[in-house]
Design a binder for this molecule. Structure first.
Ligand SMILES: Cc1cc2nc3c(=O)[nH]c(=O)nc-3n(C[C@H](O)[C@H](O)[C@H](O)COP(=O)(O)OP(=O)(O)OC[C@H]3O[C@@H](n4cnc5c(N)ncnc54)[C@H](O)[C@@H]3O)c2cc1C
Length: 113
């Protein structure tokens, strides 16, 4: 039996948004076509559809020790979560800072390699 979407827990992760479903669908399609393929999760930001206040969040995985660094300006908020080694593990961006989404996402290690 196979499942994907909001009802599915994959390797302990319950991620009820669209990007994880796309990753799972790719792996499931290959598996059903005969090539067994495990799901891989890169860092997956959630784009919150609030045009009046653009917001993107990429929460750090549960249990990662670290802290937030916040830069707040009139144009928006850039909050970065770094682990104890200084590596970027998550972020929250509001307003003009959302343009940093792609570059920051590339820096974050995959959730499920
Ligand atoms: C208000 C809201 C805003 C969201 N915004 C975002 C966003 O901006 N970005 C993002 O990435 N994600 C967003 N999400 C999450 C995203 O919508 C879900 O992760 C995604 O729709 C889950 O897809 P799914 O196919 O697993 O489940 P669903 O889309 O919930 O589909 C399940 C389907 O099963 C049907 N169903 C239920 N019970 C039965 C039954 N007994 N028999 C037959 N059919 C049944 C339901 O009617 C439904 O059509 C949002 C969710 C909500 C609620």
């Amino acid at each position: 039996m196979y499942a994907l979407g909001d009802c599915a827990e994959v390797a302990g992760h319950q991620l009820p948004y669209v990007m994880p479903i796309m990753q799972a669908a790719r792996a499931l399609a290959k598996t059903l076509a005969g090539t067994e393929t495990a799901v891989q999760y890169p860092a997956m930001p959630v784009v919150v559809k609030t045009p009046a206040c653009p917001t993107v969040v990429c929460p750090p995985p549960p249990g990662v020790d670290g802290g937030w660094e916040e830069t707040i300006t009139a144009e928006g908020v850039r909050a970065l979560y770094r682990d104890t080694t200084g590596a970027l593990r998550g972020y929250a961006l509001v307003g003009a800072a959302t343009t940093d989404k792609q570059a920051l996402t590339k820096e974050i290690p995959p959730l499920l390699p």
